[in-house]
Write a protein that binds this ligand. Structure first.
Ligand code: ZN
Length: 295
């Protein structure tokens, strides 16, 4: 049991450790709505708003993919990337920063810059992250939100309460009616919640409760990972997380251990979420650890 989720973690390690063979990765561009596109390759989904004034981009995947991502952007617009928003500091979202900084001003919540500058560890992946080179760092930071006025479409980057990490941002493409959720939304299965980077499962639910009322019901939703989603999907995701936290909380309060909950497969009703790289047993442990943290 334990072995299987460890094995699963190791399978996802190469991608995060950049040891994956990126030569085989293809960047797929999908038109979402209005001036907004989604690029998918390996790592977090990229959001793109393209127009007369240039490109506003959200996240940039892994460093070795930068040439391919630039080639994909060139097919959408000949204009330069002028602004790049990082939704959080993980390598599969900020890896291309140095390459994009040739034309783009990089923006992020101030904790993203702090964590990138200091480097750190992702114990869940047995991974050590080196401090980022200076030109890869965000040069504009914010505590709450910032709006980029380009292409006649206000693009609003909003910091959300600690959820996936403590530096999360969601981005509203207000005119095209699209929102990029960063890793506050995993549409692939159980989410990875990075408690070691200040994240919290309960905090994530709170963040979603703050964001959801701000999203028009007919908006298109770009998740951090997985295909395009609807607002209804995002609500379902939020409610499932809430149910799971309540389930684990009740079981722990009844005196059971994490190992017992894993053995009893208490997340069996949510087994379709095992399709992602985080498995039920790992998520039980994450929720339990979060519940034991003082809030
Ligand atoms: Zn992430």
């Amino acid at each position: 049991m334990k072995r299987s989720w460890l094995a699963a973690l190791f399978l996802s390690l190469p991608a995060l450790a950049q040891q994956q063979d990126f030569s085989k990765v293809e960047i797929k561009a999908t038109h979402v709505a209005g001036s907004v596109w989604m690029l998918q390759g390996s790592g977090g989904n990229i959001g793109v708003s393209a127009g007369e004034d240039g490109i506003v981009m959200v996240d940039d995947q892994f460093a070795p993919l930068a040439p391919k991502i630039k080639a994909a952007l060139a097919k959408i617009s000949q204009k330069p990337v002028r602004f790049l928003v990082n939704t959080h500091w993980h390598l599969d979202h900020v890896g291309g920063n140095a390459a994009m900084a040739e034309t783009a001003a990089i923006l992020a919540h101030e904790n993203v810059r702090k964590r990138m500058q200091a480097g750190g560890e992702l114990p869940a992946f047995k991974l050590k992250i080196d401090p980022a080179e200076p030109r890869a760092l965000p040069i504009l930071t914010y505590q709450r939100d910032v709006t980029i006025w380009l292409n006649g479409e206000p693009v609003r980057a909003l910091h959300t309460p600690p959820g996936h990490t403590d530096g999360d941002t969601v981005v509203f493409f207000t005119k095209s009616n699209v929102v990029h959720m960063g890793d506050d939304f995993f549409a692939t299965g159980f989410p990875f919640v990075d408690l070691d980077s200040g994240g919290s499962v309960r905090g994530l639910i709170g963040a979603l409760d703050e964001v959801l009322p701000q999203i028009p019901p007919d908006a298109k939703v770009i998740p951090g990972h997985g295909g395009l989603q609807t607002v209804a999907d995002l609500k379902k995701y939020r409610n499932r997380l809430d149910e799971i936290v309540a389930l684990v909380d009740r079981a722990l309060k009844s005196g059971k251990t994490v190992e017992q909950l894993q053995k009893e497969k208490i997340l069996a009703p949510y087994e379709d979420w095992n399709a992602g790289f985080v498995k039920a047993d790992q998520f039980i442990a994450t929720v339990a650890r979060d519940l034991q943290q003082k809030k």
